[in-house]
Design a protein around this ligand. Structure first.
Ligand SMILES: N[C@@H]1[C@@H](O)[C@H](O)[C@@H](COP(=O)(O)O)O[C@@H]1O
Length: 239
């Protein structure tokens, strides 16, 4: 694992964009994209750049069950607003949260990923070490699936909703196996609330209780965090 400790999320977003730009210029065509507040500084750099995305395909990690794409809290809406409206891609995939049959949607999503192997996967991380919505205890060998969100995740994500009761109770998300099949992975984490998860991810044992810890087994992972998220790491990681 390569660990880059940036001064703050602005610098971290710029570093993440440098990495994406380099990979795209070197031929990466399929990008795995993520939502949440963490990648916002990356997307700001992206939309302000002259990078042409018309040849790129994106596959997003997850979507809430029950939210339509025009719902401002949906991940469809987030991606349009933060990236796709300003940088049109050739093709974009996000799980269909309005599906009547999540298990069929999950199978179809696995097929999409199989046909479009991901060159570079972007990840954020939850405070409990979850990646996408793969919560602690999720088997490592799983593909796209419907997941019941934990109380902690519902609480953490309620800041984006008017009322905690409005937060969906489940989501469709890529599994750890889909994520691990990507050629390269970049995980971003900012703020002290992520410090414990980052320490466990990088220095802790590989365990399904900390979903991101599986990344230790991937051959090409870069973790970009700010000083606050890196504060519990061993000194050797602090550049
Ligand atoms: N499904 C998303 C994750 O993909 C994201 O990494 C996490 C952290 O979000 P934030 O970046 O807002 O801290 O939140 C959600 O649970």
């Amino acid at each position: 694992m390569k660990v880059i400790v940036a001064e703050n999320k602005i610098q971290g977003g710029a570093k993440a964009f440098e990495l994406f730009e380099k990979e795209i210029k070197n031929g990466a065509k399929v990008l795995g994209l993520a939502t949440g507040s963490t990648p916002e500084t990356l997307y700001q750099n992206w939309v302000n750049s002259d990078l042409n995305c018309s040849n790129l395909t994106s596959i997003n990690l997850d979507e809430y069950v029950g939210l339509t794409p025009d719902n401002p809290q949906s991940y469809h809406y987030f991606m349009q607003k933060h990236l796709f409206d300003k940088k049109p891609f050739k093709k974009t995939y996000i799980p269909d949260g309005t599906t009547k049959d999540p298990s069929v949607t999950c199978k179809e999503y696995d097929e999409i990923i199989k046909k479009n192997p991901i060159d570079l996967q972007l990840l954020g991380i939850g405070r409990n070490g979850h990646i996408a919505f793969n919560e602690p205890g999720t088997p490592f060998n799983i593909g796209t699936h419907e997941v019941k969100l934990t109380e902690n995740t519902i609480k953490a994500n309620s800041r984006f909703f008017d009322n905690i009761d409005d937060v969906p109770k489940s989501a469709i998300c890529m599994g750890t196996a889909n994520i691990m099949a990507s050629k390269k992975i970049v995980l971003m984490a900012f703020g002290e609330k992520k410090a414990e998860a980052i320490k466990k991810t990088i220095e802790g044992p590989i365990t399904e209780e900390v979903p991101a810890s599986i990344l230790q087994k991937h051959p090409d992972v870069t973790i970009i965090c700010d000083k606050a998220a890196a504060q519990e790491l061993d000194d050797k990681y602090k550049n």
